[in-house]
Design a protein around this ligand. Structure first.
Ligand SMILES: [Zn+2]
Ligand SMILES: [Zn+2]
Length: 152
């Protein structure tokens, strides 16, 4: 999602408001997380081929719950000042890669769907949130099958 830098370059050092929405990019997964839509609000100025950005970023992050793997979409807000190099003769810069990596390094990669998530049964993978009284029979069955196999 390019940000036009013409106005910034025409007035070095002058601060202009930045207000834009970076659309979600599909197939863009970092570890297990995807940064979906990001709203930017703040200001920026250009100086010596560098864009100085100071914005509040409101992002939606999709990831699986660290215990039960259910997919979560949670909002995340980060205020950060950073710089982006403006290539010579460029009239716009792509701020998304910088923003995505700032958001991901500040965000918890092991979020849970809720603090008391019970996770999955370690043997059969049953969701223990849906079935809190789950008593696993998988192991017994496997032992029995192995027992059958060992019969002479
Ligand atoms: Zn969970
Ligand atoms: Zn089980």
């Amino acid at each position: 999602m390019p940000l036009s830098v013409l106005e910034f370059l025409a007035h070095p050092g002058r601060r202009f408001p930045v207000e834009m929405v970076l659309e979600a990019v599909d197939d863009e997964t970092h570890d297990l997380r995807t940064v979906r839509e990001v709203r930017l609000e703040g200001e920026a100025f250009a100086q010596l081929a560098t864009l100085y950005v100071d914005v509040e970023m409101t992002a939606v992050i999709a990831q699986p719950c660290g215990r039960c793997l259910k997919s979560l979409e949670t909002p995340f807000v980060l205020r950060e000042a950073f710089t982006v190099r403006i290539p010579p003769t460029a009239d716009e810069v792509d701020v998304r890669p910088t923003i995505v990596s700032l958001i991901l390094s500040a965000h918890n990669p092991n979020a849970l769907c809720r603090p008391a998530c019970r996770g999955l049964c370690g043997t059969c993978g049953a969701d223990l949130n849906e079935d809190p009284r789950h008593v696993c029979t998988e192991r017994d069955r496997e032992n029995r099958r192995l027992g059958d196999f060992l019969q002479p």
